[in-house]
Unconditional design. Structure first.
Ligand SMILES: Cc1cc2nc3c(=O)[nH]c(=O)nc-3n(C[C@H](O)[C@H](O)[C@H](O)COP(=O)(O)OP(=O)(O)OC[C@H]3O[C@@H](n4cnc5c(N)ncnc54)[C@H](O)[C@@H]3O)c2cc1C
Length: 388
């Protein structure tokens, strides 16, 4: 049975369209874009036309919504071609879901139609120079003034932020609140006076898309900029949004792992040593078997979490497990792909070295794997273990 069989015919068509896009449009240009660290303008335009930025937006706002399992498989396909492309729609989708679940009617009407077409693309700004894991210790603040909010502080590693038309900014509207999470809100902000994108951070991988430092210096946001219209709900809202974010990162890891596996399987049949294709050497065959087995397990775990999310259930533990397992799997597969390719695995003329540089981001981003383990452990205790 193909993985696609779990989807409706329409959704199978969506995934296979993205698969064709990756094979015909992305694969031929990815090495050039990667090594010149070029923003993939033309590919993003094609992704807009394919409707990829509207996959989480309901039809009434101009989107073409798909189920969470379909979204996961679309993300996997994009990431199989280039993880950076999946990154360009990751935070965007989380913000679309935040608006959908928590936004006021006015906020939905203002932003969702433009998000659906990709006319504006969204990002989320959580991490600060002082730390990303301990979000409740954040220092960026939005002080209420007569005509709105005055925002001060800085954020770092904010991906797509130079080009995004909407930033979901996590900040403190009540820095003295106890417990601290009660003082956190999400502000919907746009570029303007007082917001500086100070620099693009140099990175190991995840090339082409920018990850930047943002500096807020007496930035003025209107009083209706708070997501949902009420202060103090931002932490809970973002934790819900991150369930989607973690599924997306798990799917990105599946794409990188699959690309590394597929390249390895092909190479192991072409390359000969000692008079036979290298896959026949037991050590190489074992690598291929382990790659395929762990990749299949990672995909099943991710699709299970996606189905649970689609059913409307809380999936912080399930998405955490998927993100943890899929990202560690992708890293191991990328390393073993390098072994299988021998010296060519280390060459920048092959794709394998890119998988090896891209894989660690899924371990660190969207909540590190150490943090995921903490979430999983506390949920296990709270829920009294795993469901039978
Ligand atoms: C390429 C890239 C793109 C990114 N894009 C974005 C983005 O778009 N938006 C955004 O907001 N952020 C983004 N991030 C930031 C990312 O989410 C953070 O780097 C991540 O959450 C970790 O935060 P930190 O780097 O401050 O590490 P820290 O929080 O300082 O953690 C350092 C180490 O301590 C461990 N640690 C910390 N606390 C605990 C604990 N309680 N238990 C166990 N271990 C712990 C961590 O796991 C880690 O190993 C991006 C990062 C990168 C590298």
């Amino acid at each position: 049975m193909s993985t696609l069989d779990i989807l409706s015919e329409d959704e199978q068509f969506v995934v296979s369209t993205v698969r064709d896009f990756v094979d015909t449009e992305v694969k031929p240009v990815v090495q050039e874009l990667e090594h010149s660290d070029t923003y993939p303008e033309a590919l993003i335009e094609q992704m807009k036309r394919l409707g990829i930025f509207g996959l989480a937006v309901p039809e009434e706002f101009g989107g073409t919504p798909v189920s969470m399992p379909c979204y996961v498989l679309v993300t996997e396909e994009l990431s199989r071609g280039w993880m950076s492309l999946a990154g360009a729609m990751g935070g965007h989708t989380v913000v679309a879901k935040l608006l959908l679940h928590f936004g006021t009617e006015e906020q939905k009407r203002r932003y969702l139609p433009k998000l659906a077409t990709g006319e504006i693309r969204a990002t989320m700004a959580l991490t600060e120079p002082g730390g990303g894991s301990d979000l409740q210790a954040m220092r960026t603040s939005a002080r209420r003034a007569t005509d709105g909010y005055v925002v001060n502080g800085s954020k770092t590693w904010i991906t797509n932020s130079r080009r995004s038309g909407l930033i979901a900014l996590m900040c403190k509207t009540d820095p003295a609140a106890s417990p601290a999470h009660k003082g956190i809100s999400i502000l919907l902000v746009e570029h303007g006076p007082g917001l500086t994108v100070s620099r693009d951070l140099p990175k190991l991988g995840y090339k082409g898309v920018e990850s930047c430092e943002l500096s807020f210096d007496d930035y003025r946001a209107p009083s209706d900029a708070v997501l949902g219209g009420a202060e103090g709900r931002g932490f809970a809202q973002m934790m819900k949004g991150l369930e989607t974010g973690r599924l997306q990162v798990a799917a990105r890891a599946l794409g990188v792992g699959r690309a590394a596996f597929e390249d390895s399987l092909a190479y192991a049949q072409e390359r000969e040593t000692f008079g036979e294709p290298i896959w026949k050497h037991q050590s190489i065959g074992n690598h291929l078997a382990d790659m395929a087995t762990s990749l299949t397990a990672a995909r099943q775990l991710t699709l299970y979490a996606a189905k649970e999310a689609e059913a409307g259930r809380r999936v912080d533990m399930e998405a955490g497990m998927a993100k943890l397992f899929a990202s560690e799997t992708a890293m191991t597969i990328a390393l073993n792909a390098m072994r299988i390719h021998g010296g060519y695995g280390y060459s920048t003329e092959f794709d394998v070295e890119r998988y090896f540089r891209d894989a660690p981001l899924m371990i660190v981003g969207e909540g590190t794997n150490e943090i995921q383990r903490g979430v999983i452990a506390s949920q296990l205790v709270k829920r009294g273990g795993l469901d039978a």
